[in-house]
Design a protein around this ligand. Structure first.
Ligand code: ATP
Ligand code: MG
Length: 320
């Protein structure tokens, strides 16, 4: 569905070059649900805008839904749906009329457009709002309408730029229900950007992490977490001397790990915390060291980002 090689985009700003996207390679197969995760300014929207033909790449190639973005942009646009970042506020049209005019825009007849609009209103739970003016919708309702608009021409590939930004948790959950349903019922390939770590982690099967215009990781959230971050085992002892002894016990264990001792606390970073923690506790007991508390923390995608960049994605901008 998407094949990108060496995709690059520079901007000239006041005589200086901003390298927004620096040579990205990636492939997305039909039916995949992919999240593009990265901090503010990472290059997510710029990449999406090149893939949706709104922006010309500085160099590199991209085939989207079987068409070259440079050679055949009009055909790419016919085949995809694109919902950009932020709401186009100030619409005075009614919700249903907006959908009908979009259908007309894509060459459907008036009757076809109406049927399509009603189908979309039903499938995105917008029926009760059909006669409302677009500008009166709440943020969550507006995002659902945006998705309906992006689907008018039944694209097999849908791009969503920050679909859930600014929504409260309930609206976000509701939006995801719709995205997942869309995928299940129509097999739509979905490529979306997000800053929300939990969302990328739990909702999508594949996460691509982008930072400073470069793709730095690509895999399932599980793979990324297991390979790049690891579990964190934390045990507290009664005294600092015991914590130092515990570190020696840890060093004799077979599982490879990183050890850190701080006061009466020892931390081990390991691949399989669920196996290492009981083994470690038994070894401590055998050495006559009494553990006071033990804790196992599974990594998050933020730990992955930290391991890759030395920065926390949460702290690098206004990430939740
Ligand atoms: N039209 C433009 N002119 C100049 N610089 C731009 C332009 N568009 C984007 N940039 C710069 O390119 C970089 C990448 O921006 P982009 O919008 O792709 O980031 P993003 O990952 O979508 O961030 P956000 O999470 O804030 O939406 C940023 O440094 C941005 O300032
Ligand atoms: Mg953006």
């Amino acid at each position: 569905m998407i094949h990108i090689r060496g995709l690059t985009r520079h901007f000239r700003v006041k005589g200086e070059t901003v390298e927004a996207v620096r040579g990205i390679d990636l492939d997305v197969e039909e039916g995949e649900l992919v999240a593009f995760l990265g901090p503010n300014g990472a290059g997510k929207s710029t990449t999406l805008r090149m893939l949706t033909t709104l922006l010309r790449p500085t160099s590199g190639t991209a085939t989207v839904a079987g068409c070259d973005v440079l050679a055949d942009p009009a055909e790419v646009r016919r085949r995809i749906g694109h919902i950009g970042q932020g709401n186009g506020a100030g619409h005075t049209q009614r919700v249903r009329d907006e959908l009908v005019s979009q259908g007309r825009c894509y060459g459907l007849s008036r009757a076809q457009s109406r049927v399509r609009a009603d189908g979309l209103l039903a499938s995105l739970d917008l029926e009760p709002l059909a006669k409302r003016t677009v500008s009166t919708l709440s943020g969550g309702q507006r995002r659902r309408l945006d998705i309906a608009i992006g689907l008018v021409h039944r694209p097999r590939l849908l791009f969503l730029d920050e679909p859930s930004a600014g929504l409260d948790p309930q609206n976000r959950a509701n939006l995801w229900e719709h995205i997942l349903r869309l995928r299940k019922e129509h097999g739509t390939t979905i490529f979306l950007t997000t800053h929300y770590l939990e969302e990328a982690d739990t909702m999508t099967e594949r996460v691509m992490v982008i930072d400073h215009g470069t793709l730095i990781a690509d895999g399932t959230a599980q793979q990324l977490k297991a390979n790049l971050a690891g579990d964190l085992v934390t045990v507290t002892l009664g005294e600092e001397a015991e914590a130092r002894q515990a570190a020696e016990v840890a060093d004799r264990m077979t599982a490879s790990h990183e050890t850190g001792v701080e006061g009466t606390t020892i931390r081990l970073r390991v691949a399989r915390g669920d196996e290492v923690l009981p083994e470690f506790l038994r070894a401590l007991e055998a050495a006559g060291i009494k553990a006071l508390t033990a804790d196992l923390r599974r990594p998050t995608l933020d730990d992955v980002f930290l391991a890759l960049t030395g920065r926390s994605l949460r702290e690098s901008d206004s990430v939740e």
